[in-house]
Design a protein around this ligand. Structure first.
Ligand code: NAG
Ligand code: NAG
Ligand code: NAG
Ligand code: NAG
Ligand code: NAG
Ligand code: NAG
Ligand code: NAG
Ligand code: NAG
Ligand code: NAG
Ligand code: NAG
Ligand code: NAG
Ligand code: NAG
Length: 424
């Protein structure tokens, strides 16, 4: 009897020891192929190995037919293949078939990552196939609006200490990436490419809203080594984005880098603080593929009046933007104003001026060319004029050979613009 008790105790001890020293769980999967659905095996692997484990996806295309959330904790995912989200527009537009975890503009997501202390590595071959051409052609002659249900390709929501490395997103239907309600996130190596190949629409931009990323309610996010082909914002820094670093970014076509829009929600302040853009190249594409290469950096807020409700209308929100640095930009034959700040987005004449203040913006070492003679245009709100606008070596030339022009209104203090540019 004594021996038996001893034995039972020993077994229990051994079990505890085994559990505490056991290797993390590992899962390996490969595409099923033959028109089969991979969603079940992908979800099973992540539920088994997504916490304290390692999941390896062999190369190839994984057929994903419904929305997925991966909760990753203390985990590594080696994604050598592409998760291919089925090209079925009607299916995804049914609001039941996507998530609405991103508050701003009520946008939809089909794939959400949440959790902490993880790395997802696409090894430059793995990531997402958004099968965007089906979407772009479908919407080629239909109207679009924010929050209409077109899904964000890759959403990080409520993440702490997450890394995404060498990740590839082919043909995003809508925004390529979003990071929201997250902190301490590193994206190192990101490829997004929305290039229309439907000849019906040659020469038109039928890939609006294919933004490289929108950041929202997130702190300490690094966007390193990005290569974005899109028809809209290469990067869009939205409300409550703080300590954001973007370094070595190539933007091919699109509208440029946006701060905003801000102030869309009357009851929510938007704060954008300590944002740094470093080593950015903007390249114009063949106009048959993508006609627009709009601005360098543009910053915009709604007015101080409320004009309808979000996602399509809005305005009246406060907050501030400060301590922004945009350094080492090379721009290629932009369509429009290179550096543009305006606070009248979505507004009407007679609206109250915005109360969202811009301060401490620094632009240094810009080269390249623009079709617009207006190189810098700062139109700050008369309610909150802008202090400390700094320009150093912004040497963008005008493609037509015209004399570059610089304007600014409602600026409190400025340095580096040609004398007489501002009403300081
Ligand atoms: C994906 O799976 C669905 C459901 O089984 C199937 O109808 C579809 O043809 C598959 N797609 C691919 C590309 O294999
Ligand atoms: C979405 O799901 C709800 C609850 O199951 C259902 O009542 C509704 O009809 C569904 N909507 C659509 C468009 O399928
Ligand atoms: C949209 O374009 C498709 C061909 O690309 C055409 O079949 C369809 O009739 C067009 N619809 C409208 C409303 O113009
Ligand atoms: C965010 O994640 C934490 C755990 O990491 C969890 O406790 C919390 O409920 C999550 N918040 C939301 C809004 O999902
Ligand atoms: C920012 O995030 C990085 C990566 O997770 C982390 O190493 C660093 O400590 C964070 N910085 C701060 C100030 O929290
Ligand atoms: C983007 O996709 C188009 C169409 O497939 C391709 O021609 C182009 O080379 C791609 N761009 C980059 C930077 O890979
Ligand atoms: C910049 O990023 C690209 C990927 O977009 C990468 O190929 C290149 O090596 C990076 N350059 C540096 C200096 O890190
Ligand atoms: C941003 O943060 C401020 C201060 O923490 C908060 O009052 C505001 O509601 C937040 N705005 C958004 C859009 O979450
Ligand atoms: C930006 O590029 C320059 C020239 O290629 C390089 O010297 C510098 O280290 C880069 N800056 C960063 C922050 O990578
Ligand atoms: C200015 O930016 C260019 C890249 O556009 C870079 O090669 C150069 O080193 C930068 N100059 C300084 C002084 O940082
Ligand atoms: C702008 O910069 C000045 C000088 O560095 C600093 O005192 C001020 O707090 C900054 N403003 C904001 C809103 O951070
Ligand atoms: C840019 O212009 C400044 C004067 O504003 C000049 O000192 C500097 O050499 C120029 N830099 C380049 C790269 O042209």
């Amino acid at each position: 009897m004594k021996n038996l008790v001893f034995l039972v105790l020993l077994t229990a001890c051994e079990l505890i020891l085994a559990a505490s020293t056991s290797k993390p769980s590992t899962c390996t999967l490969r595409p099923l192929g033959n028109g089969r659905d991979d969603t079940d095996q992908v979800e099973a692997a992540i539920s088994r190995c997504g916490k304290h484990g390692k999941t390896t996806f062999q190369p190839g295309e994984y057929n994903i037919t419904r929305k997925m959330t991966w909760e990753l904790v203390d985990s590594t995912v080696d994604l050598h293949g592409l998760l291919s989200f089925k090209p079925d527009v009607e299916y995804w537009l049914n609001a039941n078939n996507t998530y609405r975890v991103v508050f701003i503009q009520n946008q939809a997501s089909w794939f959400v990552i949440t959790g902490n202390s993880f790395t997802i590595n696409g090894h430059n071959t793995g990531g997402i196939n958004g099968n965007g051409q089906t979407w772009w052609s479908f919407y080629g002659n239909r109207s679009r609006s924010d929050g209409d249900g077109r899904p964000i390709a890759f959403t990080l929501s409520n993440v702490t200490d997450g890394t995404v490395r060498d990740f590839r997103i082919e043909s995003q239907p809508f925004w390529c990436n979003t990071v929201a309600d997250s902190k301490n996130v590193i994206y190192d190596g990101m490829y997004c490419n929305a290039t229309n190949q439907d000849g019906t629409y040659a020469g038109q931009n039928i890939v609006p809203n294919t933004d490289g990323i929108n950041t929202y309610r997130s702190d300490n996010v690094s966007l390193l080594n990005w290569d974005i082909t899109c028809g809209d914002d290469c990067l869009a820094i939205k409300g409550n984005s703080t300590n954001i670093l973007a370094k070595n970014v190539t933007c091919r076509g699109g509208n440029g880098i946006a701060i905003g829009s801000l102030g869309q929600y009357v009851n929510l302040n938007d704060i954008v603080d300590h944002v740094q853009f470093e080593n950015v190249t903007m390249l114009r594409l063949d106009p048959k593929l993508q006609p627009n290469m709009h601005s360098g950096v543009y910053l915009k807020t709604w007015t101080g009046s409320v004009n309808g409700v979000p996602p399509t209308g809005g305005g009246g929100g406060g907050g501030y933007v400060s301590n922004l640095v945009a350094n080492n930009f090379k721009v290629d034959d932009l369509d429009s104003t290179v550096i543009h700040l305006y606070q009248t987005n979505g507004g009407h004449s007679g609206d109250a001026p915005s109360t969202l203040q811009f301060s401490n913006l620094t632009f240094t070492n810009w080269t390249g060319s623009s079709r617009s003679a207006k190189i810098v245009d700062l139109e700050c709100s008369p309610a909150v004029p802008c202090p400390n606008m700094v320009f150093d070596s912004v040497n963008v030339t005008v493609s037509s050979g015209q004399t570059p022009s610089f304007t600014c209104v409602n600026v409190v203090s400025e340095s580096g613009l040609p004398a007489g540019s501002c009403n300081v």
